[in-house]
Design a protein around this ligand. Structure first.
Ligand code: 13P
Length: 260
């Protein structure tokens, strides 16, 4: 897996109030040890209302889990009722921000252009975007998965420097595999992640392609994580449902202990 350190991220979506969030991060801290953190980077992405509570646990208990957000607004400040800016997240020690999740794209109309603006806002505040891409079932069945992902990569990462792209995280999440229990086969997931890496190599060069971390997301569970994570171009996982339970998530973080 080259020398890219895997990043396992828990996207809690709209789950866990701040009391439940505190319990979950405390349980997770209990379940992981320093060897685990040496092998894998870990981030959790609670809802906005939980961020301050989770930050406090991480800081006071010295937990080496990175704090993440699920979304951000692209503007720095202003009349955007209900939105949160990247500098607000950065003040809470947020390190990673998911941008362009398929639920944002599909349910809230985010285009590649907006995703690109959000990625730039995250970078300007000194945080790392996790840029999500992925095709629908129709696109996969119509043999358009690769072209859809290619256009999302070109649009979402437009204008970024090679150095910046090399430090990014890209998450490949086939929409048909999200929350359905349906996982892409390891071969299909590997093939698309390799495709993404070659697109990045073509546009931003071999160094950026060699260092960008590419996560797979879509029904990742303790049972399928070891095989998925064993693929050459899969450098991590973006986990939804299974990240809500600290023990399940810890088992995914510890995929290396279950690899044959
Ligand atoms: P599930 O793991 O619940 O399929 O969700 C995947 C996802 O969308 C993570 O961002």
């Amino acid at each position: 897996m080259a020398d890219r350190k895997p990043l396992i991220s828990g996207n809690w979506k709209m789950n866990h109030n701040h009391f439940e969030a505190i319990q979950t991060i405390q349980k997770l801290a209990y379940a992981l040890n320093s060897e685990d953190y040496d092998a894998v980077d870990v981030s959790v992405h609670p809802p906005y209302t939980d961020l301050r509570s989770v930050q406090t646990v991480i800081q006071s208990d010295d937990v080496p889990v990175a704090l993440g957000a699920q979304n951000v607004h692209q503007a720095e400040s202003g009349a955007f009722t209900g939105e949160v800016s990247s500098s607000m997240l950065q003040k809470l020690d947020v390190a990673y921000v998911i941008v362009g999740h398929s639920e944002r794209r599909e349910l809230f109309g985010e285009t590649d252009e907006v995703v690109n603006e959000k990625a730039n806002a995250v970078l300007a505040a000194g945080m790392t975007p996790i840029v999500c891409v992925g095709e629908t079932l129709d696109e996969r069945q119509g043999d358009q998965a690769e072209s859809k992902v290619a256009s999302q990569i070109a649009g979402s990462l437009a204008g970024l420097s090679a150095e910046t792209v090399g430090d990014l995280v890209v998450a490949y999440e086939p929409i048909w595999a999200i929350g359905t229990g349906e996982t892409a086969s390891s071969e299909d997931a590997q093939q698309m992640c390799a495709h993404i890496r070659s697109l990045i190599s073509d546009q931003w060069g071999a160094a950026a392609a060699g260092s960008v971390r590419i996560q797979y997301g879509g029904s990742v569970k303790p049972s399928n994580a070891p095989e998925l994570m064993g693929q050459a171009d899969i450098d991590g996982a973006l986990v939804g449902g299974a990240s809500l339970d600290a023990d399940d998530f810890a088992r995914i973080v510890n995929f290396r202990l279950y690899q044959t």
